[in-house]
Design a binder for this molecule. Structure first.
Ligand code: GLV
Length: 324
């Protein structure tokens, strides 16, 4: 019999959709399972609805011999061993598109926050340090409007960030991508450049590539040295794209102007050196898609994939459709 296991809390109307479709499910709403607990809990499962914190390795899949579908409630799927799933005939689905604009909003919020030092200013106010207006206050920032933004990866989210930058902030937008995107270039005037050129020419660099062996540690001390001394790096993609120890060193040595991070190399930890940085660093706890509207849409899309799969319809957003 079909067994659907939802590994963590998702928007409750999504499991309700399963109930309405007459599909029984087990909905775990407690802490993230350890790998051993995950293996134990999905032993009888045909379908697993999971989140980024659930590491769906080959070993975990092998503990679930009936597993046919992994529905990830996320657009990224680096928590899932896709070749292992494909080899085992397990379909994987994700939740693209529904979170594009929300994540681009956060990337832009981080650009503004690090440029204008908003968290520092907030802490300053709360500490009662604002005693007189000064033309050159302690926390003088840098402009965003009219500056150059370098986008690493002009996919859906990268393009949504480029649109905000070009149309809303009159920024010059450079981008890297495996191949040029003439449509976006025509629409927004963005310019395709090789990665080594983007580094020294950008005031802000925003990362929008998936994590892969090619992008792991794309930013190390070598890249920070090539950036402008006042440039800021923004990461709303995946933590390991930046070598965090090197970022700490680059910030400490003043090689770059600042960083704003929503993702971390060893989530949910962050490098102790980062936590010690008092300024020029903005950190948020992986909240790129965290609005009520978008999280509802993500959970719903994941469950719609489950229902489609179990009722013989084509899944809406398959990652490895070749298994079908
Ligand atoms: C979040 O990081 C996602 O991939 O959806």
């Amino acid at each position: 019999m079909t067994k659907v296991v939802i590994t963590q809390s998702i928007y409750d109307q999504a499991p309700q959709l399963l109930a309405e479709a007459g599909i029984p499910y087990f909905y775990h709403q407690g802490d993230t399972w350890s790998p051993a607990e995950l293996k134990e809990q999905i032993r009888e499962a045909t379908v697993v609805v999971c989140l980024l914190a659930d590491k769906m390795t080959a070993e975990v899949m092998d503990a679930a011999p009936h597993l046919k579908l992994i529905a990830n409630v996320a657009v990224g799927y680096d928590n899932i061993d896709i070749p292992a799933a494909t080899e085992r005939g397990i379909l994987v689905t994700n939740t693209p598109d529904v979170l594009t604009e929300t994540t681009a909003d956060l990337a832009f919020a981080l650009i503004l926050a690090v440029a204008r030092r908003i968290p520092e200013a907030d802490a300053y106010m709360r500490a009662g340090k604002y005693t007189r207006f000064a033309l050159f206050p302690d926390m003088i920032g840098t402009d965003v409007y009219g500056k150059t933004l370098g986008i690493v990866g002009l996919g859906r989210i990268g393009t949504a960030v480029a649109r905000r930058a070009a149309l809303g902030f009159n920024m010059k937008v450079l981008y890297t991508a495996d191949s040029p995107k003439p449509d976006v270039e025509r629409e927004l005037g963005v310019i395709h450049v090789p990665f080594p050129d983007l580094l020294p020419e950008s005031d802000f660099i925003s990362i929008h590539v998936p994590l892969s062996p090619r992008t792991r540690h794309l930013f190390t001390m070598n890249e920070f040295r090539q950036m402008r001394g006042n440039a800021c790096i923004i990461n709303t993609a995946r933590g390991p794209i930046i070598k965090e120890a090197d970022l700490v060193e680059a910030l400490q040595k003043g090689l770059i102007g600042g960083a704003a991070l929503d993702v971390f190399e060893e989530e949910p930890q962050m490098h102790p050196g980062l936590a010690d940085m008092k300024d020029r660093l903005v950190v948020t706890p992986h909240v790129g898609s965290a609005t009520i509207q978008t999280r509802q849409k993500m959970a719903t899309l994941a469950v719609q994939n489950v229902i489609a799969f179990l009722t013989g319809q084509p899944p809406l957003t398959p990652v490895n459709p070749q298994v079908l």
